[in-house]
Design a protein. Structure first.
Length: 207
């Protein structure tokens, strides 16, 4: 179930933590529809502080109250669209938070009509990073020199191939066995960390 904190209207909330419920439960349907329109516009084109100021003057409230309310709707839309929250769960969550049926209908319609487009926007905003394609390696060992006849200096030569946008780039690397062992240990620790619940939550939000 979608969960959001219910707080007083003077408390500013960031989009990642929730939003002020009392603002919407205490306002009329016209304002709810207008804030839905603004939220969708900001998701597509980015926020415009002047819109916050103009709406605050019309409603005779502080700008930060309007900003919190709009950011809350943006958060609601992006998170529910990201995880494709079922219609029944969406309605139930809003009902528990104190929304009246007529306002739930407005928010539900906004969600159902726009979630596909919002998911496309989120996909375009996701990070595109190079990923592993192949790795070549060989040992290069210097067994002696004129000045140090009994010295052994092993090195590991690597060619790391990364793919990005259907193009493969090659990165030549060189290290000694000691550093390679340490690097391997750090990578194994990172892989183990990826199995944690915290990392899985982050990955879900990125995807």
């Amino acid at each position: 179930m979608l969960t959001m904190s219910q707080r007083g209207k003077n408390e500013r909330k960031t989009p990642k933590k929730g939003f002020t419920i009392s603002f919407y439960t205490n306002t009329n349907l016209i304002v709810v529809r207008e804030f839905c329109r603004i939220s969708l516009q900001f998701i597509e084109n980015g926020a415009n502080p002047k819109v916050y100021q103009g709406a605050a003057q019309k409603l005779d409230v502080e700008t930060k109250v309007v900003q919190s309310a709009v950011e809350g709707l943006m958060y609601l839309l992006t998170e529910t669209s990201r995880f494709m929250i079922p219609e029944s769960e969406y309605k139930e969550s809003l009902s528990i938070l104190g929304f009246q049926d007529d306002k739930i209908d407005i928010l539900l319609t906004m969600y159902l009509e726009n979630r596909g487009n919002i998911r496309n926007i989120l996909s375009e905003m996701s990070m595109e990073l190079p990923h592993y394609d192949n790795l070549e390696w060989r040992f290069d060992v210097q067994v002696a020199s004129r000045s140090m006849r009994h010295q052994v200096m092993p090195n590991v030569l690597l060619k790391l191939h990364l793919e990005e946008d259907d193009k493969v780039t090659t990165h030549p690397l060189q290290t000694d066995p000691g550093n390679l062992v340490q690097l391997t240990k750090e990578l194994e620790k990172a892989l183990d960390e990826m199995k944690s619940a915290f990392c899985r939550r982050i990955v879900r939000n990125i995807d």
